[in-house]
Structure formats: C-alpha cells, structure tokens
Design a binder for this molecule. Structure first.
Ligand SMILES: [Zn+2]
Length: 395
C-alpha cells in the first residue's frame, strides 16, 4: 500500500497544510476521515468534476501531502486507477487534556491514532507551570519517535468571548481556578508549535464524529458525566452552538424533583445524580466513609447494598437523560463518556429502566456507545482539535 510513500518526501512542517487552498480543503477532510479514494469517487462525493478534482489535487500530490496508492479498479467505471490518500504516519499531533488534578497527553498520527501517551499529576496549578509541564511531557513523548507538529489543549472551560476555540483572548477554566487567562498567547509563546485551545466536551464530540464512536453519523448527541456534566449535539454534521448558559441548564435539568441535591440546591437535577462529586457523596453517606469511583463499582459487583443503590440511581439517571435527549432531538445515537459513566454502566439494566420511564416505545433501539472512563479519548480530542484546525482548516 505504501508504494507511493516516497512521494511524501521528508517530514514536513505544518505550514504546508496551512498553504492548502480553500477549495481543496474538503478533499483533504474527505481523505482524512474516510481513507483512500479514487478521484472519480472523490469527485462524486464532493460534487466536483473529475477535471476540477485533478486540478485541485495536483499541487497536493506534487508537494507530497497527498500520495497515490497502488492501482485498483475504479468501483465507478471499472478502469484501473490509483486512489489518493494522505500519509497519516508523516505527521504527529499532541493532544492535552487538563483536569483539576492531572495532565493527560497523547501523540497521534494524522488520523488520530494514538502512538504514545502519558499522564502526570499537576505539579503547580499556575497556567505557566502547567504549560511547562505539558511541554516537558511532549518532549519525552517525542523521544519515542513521533515529534508533534501542532497541539490541541482540551479543558473544561470556555473562552470569555463567544466561540468554541482559539480566537478569544482569555479563557476561564473553573476546575483549575483559572479566570481570564490569556491561554492562547501563552501557548503560542511557550509550546514552540502551533496550538489551539478547545472546550474539552466540544473537542471530544468532534473527535468522535470524525474518528470515533460517531464516525459516519450526521446526527448524534454526546453526554458526559464527570467533574461536570457535558452535552453536545450534532445535526446534519454540524455541532449545534451552545452557550455556557445553555449547558448549565442541561446540567441542572430536573429528572426527578424528589431526587438527591446538587451544589446549587436543586433536587434531582442531572448533576445531582451523575456528577462525580454527587456519586461520591452519595456513596460516602451510605458507607460512612470516603470512597473512590473504582471502589464503588467494585463493591457494587461484590453485592454491597450501598454501592448497588448508587449504581442503580446513576444508571437510572443516565437512562432518563439519554431518553430525554432522544425524545427532543430525535437523534438515534447518544455517545456517553466520563468517569461517572463507569458507575452507571455497572448498573446497566437500570439505564434501560431510566430510558423506559422517559420513552414509551423502541428505547432499546437507541444506540449508546460508551467510551472508556479514562482520559485518553479526551486527550485525543485535543489532538483532533489540532488536526481540524491546522490540517483540515476547520474549527
Ligand atoms: Zn442542579
């Protein structure tokens, strides 16, 4: 398959991708997401003439950004042809996910396949120190042979100005107690490669859309439950814009007015059932001692009455949220992620019970891909934000 690999030339800098013409970008996106394709098939998918497609791709093939793979018979007209492709292994991207306590780092190739990863507790919470720590992790991961050309930082927070990525001057990240931080200029100054800052839930949703559980789907929702509750909705391949205020309403949507209490005093809101804090508090209340999420899931499996009740409650709430989202948005897939999900998953049959309480028919046909509870996928979301911004020209 790599017979044309030599055309790719040496490892190129990210600037080559920045120089790709705007009309050629949909071709790059199509190849990135869906893999090698013949010119005829690409032209058909993108609504271009084969002449236009050849003209647009010629400079990209000449510069080595695109390559021609081995001859195949064109599925459209049966003629022998060489499919176009990108050389995913030629470029690497750093993805960073920051939580209140840890830095999670991955290095991926151009198709977001993880080639190296690391995690460390945050030393000093000052933004400059955290960035220095991320840069050190990048240096160590680069020694494994994959030097990133760009980076994406994904964290729970948002730019003070509206918008999802990069452009805003200052960033608030409540979990890190960062307020009004000029994160983008700091990253540009300290990381030594082009960087983009993204809200972590948005970054995760985009990465699942292109390279994950929602690949190939035009419409889907993502619900995350961890330190905070996250939500993202894709309709016709576009993320529906949501303000901080919209997302706060989602977190505190009441599922059961007789339910547990959240930090804002609501009874039975989504956060009161599914935030990590609520789950830990609920278990600690019953057990009369502090426990971890891992301990809750283990003890539930062993039949502990308190932990079983905690998983039952979380499972029901997750099911109720999923069915509510599906009822209103009419999507058929809800991707779920976050560390609390592990608890809900342990009470899996209760997820169905929660769905059944909110949706009268066909709730079993709702597809619910559950991502791993660790933070690798979130860090990968950061890398995908960099790929989207610096290669695909999308943000
Ligand atoms: Zn609440």
């Amino acid at each position: 398959m790599n017979s044309a690999r030599t055309q790719a030339g040496s490892r190129s800098s990210i600037q080559q991708w920045a120089a790709v013409s705007r009309p050629a970008r949909p071709i790059v996106r199509e190849l990135l997401i869906n893999g090698p394709q013949t010119r005829t098939s690409l032209a058909k998918t993108l609504g271009l003439s084969t002449g236009s497609l050849t003209r647009l791709t010629k400079p990209l093939v000449q510069s080595g950004l695109l390559v021609e793979r081995d001859i195949v018979h064109d599925p459209v007209n049966g003629r022998p042809t060489r499919p176009l492709d990108i050389v995913a292994e030629d470029f690497h991207f750093l993805g960073i996910k920051l939580t209140s306590t840890h830095v999670y780092a991955v290095v991926t190739d151009l198709r977001a396949r993880v080639v190296a990863e690391a995690a460390e507790p945050i030393g000093d919470r000052q933004p400059e120190s955290v960035i220095a720590q991320a840069r050190n992790m990048m240096t160590r991961l680069s020694r494994e042979g994959a030097e990133p050309v760009a980076a994406g930082f994904a964290l729970g927070g948002h730019p003070q100005a509206p918008g999802e990525t990069a452009a805003a001057e200052v960033f608030d990240a409540p979990f890190l107690d960062w307020w009004g931080i000029p994160l983008q200029p700091l990253l540009d100054d300290r990381m030594g490669i082009p960087c983009v800052v993204s809200n972590d839930v948005s970054a995760l949703a985009h990465s699942q859309h292109w390279f994950g559980a929602a690949r190939g789907l035009s419409d889907f929702a993502l619900v995350t439950a961890g330190a905070g509750i996250g939500y993202s909705l894709f309709i016709r391949d576009h993320m529906v814009t949501a303000t901080e205020s919209n997302l706060r309403e989602f977190s505190h949507h009441i599922l059961d007015p007789g339910g547990p209490m959240c930090a804002e005093g609501h009874r039975g809101c989504v956060a009161s059932y599914l935030s990590t804090h609520s789950i830990l508090a609920s278990a600690a209340h019953g057990l009369r001692r502090q426990v971890s999420i891992e301990e809750i899931t283990r003890m539930a499996r062993e039949g502990d009455a308190v932990c079983l009740q905690v998983t039952r409650q979380a499972g029901w709430a997750l099911g109720a949220v999923i069915a509510t989202v599906v009822n209103i948005t009419m999507v058929k897939t809800v991707v779920v992620a976050g560390e609390s999900v592990e608890v809900a998953r342990t009470g899996k049959r209760h997820i169905e019970r929660g769905m059944g309480h909110r949706r009268h028919r066909d709730y079993r046909s709702i597809d619910i891909p559950m991502l791993s509870a660790d933070f690798t996928e979130w860090a990968r979301g950061g890398a995908v934000a960099a790929i989207r911004t610096f290669v695909a020209g999308t943000s």
